[in-house]
Design a protein around this ligand. Structure first.
Ligand code: GLU
Length: 441
């Protein structure tokens, strides 16, 4: 036994984007390896030169980095079982091909090299799908597979099996779309005299309407998530629930809890349904629950992109903790907080029309400003008292002061608690903005 008996791998073909299905496969392999104290390998299956691209390799690697699925062996990392690109493993495939040739399994047809099936029944003991028997006795329904094309390039089945043997993979966790390939793979293991790994075929991912999810469906492309402000830990949470769920059906799970609870055999055989709204909701829950330091880390790129910078990090933290409970998605953040860091912010025309357009509203703002000017202590609670007193004197509801004041200081009709906002903005800026709106708008 080696010192790391559990070895899983993610083996993408770099022919396009990293798809949700691929990301989930990578996640399950990573979870299983991490949970068992095993090794997670990344192998790039780039034998199909006509469909591979460098760009796609990069997209996949970047996507895995972003998701936080670190590999122990693979590109950029190395390891004892490399190279980890199939395009660099030709000599190994030649050796295995020679071994099959020697045992009499191969024949040539029209320049291609084919494998002579022993024509048996093959039993797959799948960790998720259970036992499945495949009857390969009939050449009409199960023709001999090709291992090598006439141009010398390798066929997926052969190199996939050779690499899983060479890389000492103990568990192959992959999508159910590969289920029909697995009997062929089992034939190859047997022919090569190798012990097959344990297989676990994960259920398909469907759209909400029941159609099979494809690359073009909403939410399918993993590269949209960073730019839409998703937290990787939230995506790990959502992806883990595509086919698996903890016994108590909890939905918001941090990664250490998933690691604690995850069991391969608990993966459901039924198809999983991809729901972009649920994914969005789960992300919102993670944003709500994460600590401020993490929130700030995720928020900074969005603020920078919107050219919002804070002179003091204390102010930034106060603003973020004020708006954090309210904001559902990070791309909304700049609009919510711009007014704290600059006097240049846009006014929503509807909010102005509704709250600042009458002489009466402007008069009230000016009276409010006068009252605030005299406040002894500039705190949210004394600001609130001041609003209430002013409203009582004017014989109006406090909302009739709050809404115009909010638009005057932030340009918007929604936001965090107004009194807390004003406390943070400070007396000088608050009064300046109230008076500016009282005069101009
Ligand atoms: N390159 C194959 C794919 O991307 C790998 C399948 C497997 O995991 O064995 O579908």
């Amino acid at each position: 036994m080696s010192s790391h008996p559990i070895r899983t791998r993610f083996a993408p073909s770099p022919t396009g984007v990293l798809h949700v299905g691929g990301a989930r496969t990578a996640l399950f392999n990573w979870l299983y390896a991490r949970k068992q104290g095993g090794v997670f390998v990344l192998r790039i299956e780039d034998t199909d030169h006509s469909r591979n691209s460098e760009e796609s390799k990069q997209i996949i690697i970047d996507g895995l980095h972003w998701l936080g699925l670190d590999w122990d062996e693979g590109p950029q990392k190395g390891g004892d079982h490399g190279p980890y690109y199939q395009s660099e493993r030709n000599a190994i495939y030649e050796e295995y091909l020679a071994a099959l040739e020697k045992k009499g399994f191969l024949y040539e047809e029209h320049g291609a090299i084919r494998f002579r099936s022993p024509r048996r029944k093959v039993l797959l003991e799948d960790l998720i799908c259970g036992n499945i028997e495949f009857d390969l006795t009939n050449p009409a329904t199960h023709p001999d597979m090709t291992l090598r094309r006439p141009d010398g390039s390798w066929i997926f089945h052969f190199v996939n099996v050779v690499d899983d043997i060479e890389m000492k993979i103990s568990h192959v966790i992959r999508g159910e779309d590969h289920l029909s390939n697995t009997p062929k793979h089992l034939e190859l293991y047997a022919a090569l005299g190798a012990q097959p790994p344990r297989f676990a075929h994960t259920p398909l991912i469907l759209n909400r309407d029941g159609s099979k999810m494809s690359k073009r469906d909403q939410g399918a492309n993993m590269s949209i998530y960073p730019e839409q402000g998703y937290a990787p830990e939230a995506l790990r949470n959502y992806l883990s629930l595509l086919g698996w769920s903890p016994k108590d059906n909890r939905e918001i799970l941090d990664t250490s809890t998933i690691l604690e609870l995850f069991e391969l055999h608990q993966i459901n055989r039924r198809s999983a349904s991809f729901d972009p709204e649920k994914c969005f909701w789960i992300n919102g829950q993670h944003l709500l629950r994460m600590d401020l330091a993490r929130y700030r880390e995720l928020a900074l790129p969005f603020l920078e992109k919107a050219a919002i910078c804070s002179e003091s990090s204390e102010m930034l933290e106060k603003v973020l903790s004020l708006v954090k409970p309210k904001i559902k998605s990070l791309p909304d953040l700049p609009d919510w907080v711009r007014c704290f860091f600059s006097d240049e912010f846009p006014f929503e025309p509807e909010a102005v029309a509704k709250n600042l357009s009458t002489p009466q509203a402007r008069e009230r703002l000016s009276l409010l400003a006068q009252a605030l000017l005299l406040l002894e202590c500039w705190s949210a609670s004394s600001i609130e008292t001041c609003f209430k007193n002013r409203a009582a004197t004017l014989g109006i509801r406090v909302g009739e002061l709050v809404h115009p004041a909010r638009v005057a200081v932030s340009g918007r009709s929604v936001g965090a608690g107004l009194y807390e906002m004003l406390e943070l903005l400070g007396r000088e800026r608050t009064i300046k903005r109230l008076l500016a709106s009282a005069e101009n708008r």
